[in-house]
Design a protein around this ligand. Structure first.
Ligand SMILES: CC(C)(COP(=O)(O)OP(=O)(O)OC[C@H]1O[C@@H](n2cnc3c(N)ncnc32)[C@H](O)[C@@H]1OP(=O)(O)O)[C@@H](O)C(=O)NCCC(=O)NCCS
Length: 169
């Protein structure tokens, strides 16, 4: 398994992840198809400029064109100052094989060697057993349940946090 930056050619994978009702069930439902190509182009620029870590999961190095999902770290401003967040998605045909957990661990390994991100926060939906399982198994600490707005929708989430330099298991 390998992680690489998102590229403008990843539109199909983005559409399969973000515009699909099953994939987006815990994230408030599918996003509209319109604007997805622009979103991928924007993300590819952000990744190339190293403004965020927007990674595609490549499960088999012998087939670099096949992607299994994404894992991303980005920083955003809140009323309490900047916060670093990590998120992930794995396409249905690759789920349940430990790929999500491994991809998250690989990116956290990279983060632990840099001062840049500090504490990393994750906000999986309270009903997303696999995502909460990933948090638990790589060493996140559970803080509380919290309502989070994602793409204009309010989600009931679990707030997890990890210091990748100290907590990664
Ligand atoms: C959530 C998601 C990323 C999990 O990826 P995955 O590669 O299937 O997960 P893994 O196989 O690495 O499993 C992760 C952990 O969850 C557990 N798990 C997996 N599927 C599960 C399920 N359906 N119910 C309960 N636990 C589950 C695994 O046993 C593992 O725990 P362990 O490390 O203690 O063994 C993937 O299912 C997905 O993208 N779903 C749709 C989109 C989404 O929900 N994104 C996340 C938003 S926060």
């Amino acid at each position: 398994m390998q992680l690489r930056n998102v590229s403008p050619d990843d539109v199909d994978a983005y559409v399969r992840m973000r515009c699909d009702p099953v994939m987006m069930a815990d994230l408030g439902g599918p996003l509209p198809l319109e604007g997805m190509a622009d979103k991928v182009r924007w993300d590819a620029q952000e990744a190339a400029a190293d403004l965020a870590w927007l990674k595609m999961i490549v499960p088999d190095l012998a087939r670099p064109d096949v992607v299994a999902g994404t894992v991303t770290i980005w920083s955003h401003d809140t009323d309490d100052g900047p916060v670093s967040e990590i998120g992930w998605m794995v396409l249905p045909e690759f789920q349940g094989q430990g790929l999500g957990r491994r991809a998250v661990r690989v990116l956290l390994e990279q983060a632990r060697h840099q001062e840049r991100w500090g504490l990393l926060h994750a906000f999986p939906s309270t009903s997303n057993a696999a995502s909460n399982g990933i948090c638990r198994s790589v060493g996140f600490r559970f803080l509380s349940e919290v309502a989070v707005t994602f793409a204009g929708r309010v989600l009931k989430t679990n707030h997890w946090v990890i210091d990748p330099g100290r907590d990664l298991t």
